[in-house]
Design a protein around this ligand. Sequence first.
Ligand code: ADP
Ligand code: ASP
Ligand code: MG
Length: 418
Amino acid sequence: MRVFKFGGASVKDAAGVKNVYDVLQKVGYEDVLLVVSAMGKTTNALEAVIKDYFDKSAALQSSVQEVKKYHNQILLDLFEDDKNAVFTAVNALFSDLEYFLAHNKSPNYNFVYDQIVSYGELISTTILSHFMNHMGIQTQWIDVRSFIKTNSNYRDAEVDWDLTQKNISKNVKRKILNITQGFLGSDENNFTTTLGREGSDYTAAIFAYCLNADSVTIWKDVPGVMNADPRYFENARLLNHISYREAIELAFYGATVIHPKTLQPLQKKEIPLYVKSFINPLLEGTEVSKGAALEPYLPCFIVKRNQLLISLSSIDFSFIMEENISSIFSLFHQFKIKVNLIQNSAISFSVCVEDKFDNFKQLNTILSKNFKVDFTENVTLYTIRHFNEDAALTVENGKTVLLKQISTETMQIVTSGN
Ligand code: ADP
Ligand code: ASP
Ligand code: MG
């Protein structure tokens, strides 16, 4: 069996959905499980709905309406006959969402988030499944929440592998085209959970692992994994092959083309991962499997913007030792600030962090009681795997370097500005 994953960008409009059909025609669809994300930027749009819901904002109706309008347009572009059963099916999902918004009593933000945001994937897979049937490809729509069981850590749920394995081995039918939702799972009480933003790649890996699949293919708007994000590096080149280890490193440092959790389950069973273009599905793309680190052997660039560089020094010139460091880290954890680089010297301690939830101001008040705190906002963190002198120059050219750290395989450079 093969597992395919189509992300939001691949199904952002009617042309995208039709293209999925074309890809399946070209590469085959028997004995395939299709994992699909929410269409385009639907997850972000549903996050806006959640915000309005908690803010008790008058804009709530219109933010729901926006999600409806977007999907309705796709439906109208895909199906000439508005009596097609898909219209009723999608309307029913929106009615469920509206019912939830009107009747929910839980004040738990993360719980509510998962119940709402999941409609993105439920709707996209409903549309895709109906469209494939309409085009003559019979599909089996499956509700992933009956398969992937998790704990109740809403928004970042952990998979219960034993239960998930049992459900998948017993109930996924072979020899047909299955369609299911990425990103979702359900807990012990069958409430919807999610696996973390961008988690659909991970869903594909979970199914592949439990099905002992032959391969996973994630279909992208790029030719494969490249040695840099082509949005930022015009000379980015395709990597034909990378090892699991290398892919894990790239994903860890922030190459957003593969979700970091995807690789471990695949590596365990040595299931190859292909990253291919949904525009040119017959091109080779990238194969992630056992073997040489990367071919061709090139420096790989990863860019993280909007970082914060914080430097802490002791007020009394004492050393910053384990005890301080451990309390500093538990504060970062508490304030949900993600540390991407650490540099330590006798009396100062620097970190490059991501403050996604705007918590640093609050944290700074606490840190300032014990440390002298200096910080620079809006810095950029570059990571170069397999660096060489030229690669470093490409990054540093014309920029102010604030910090640089070198290990055997990896160079990290923090520059001012975005
Ligand atoms: P999906 O629709 O599956 O969620 P994403 O938009 O998350 O797809 O991922 C594809 C994007 O990842 C590309 O458009 C590209 O800009 C970006 N990207 C980041 N790093 C790389 C890389 N090293 N190689 C290829 N693409 C990359
Ligand atoms: N739709 C979810 C997100 O946007 C999951 C995914 O696309 O992988 O985060
Ligand atoms: Mg994505």
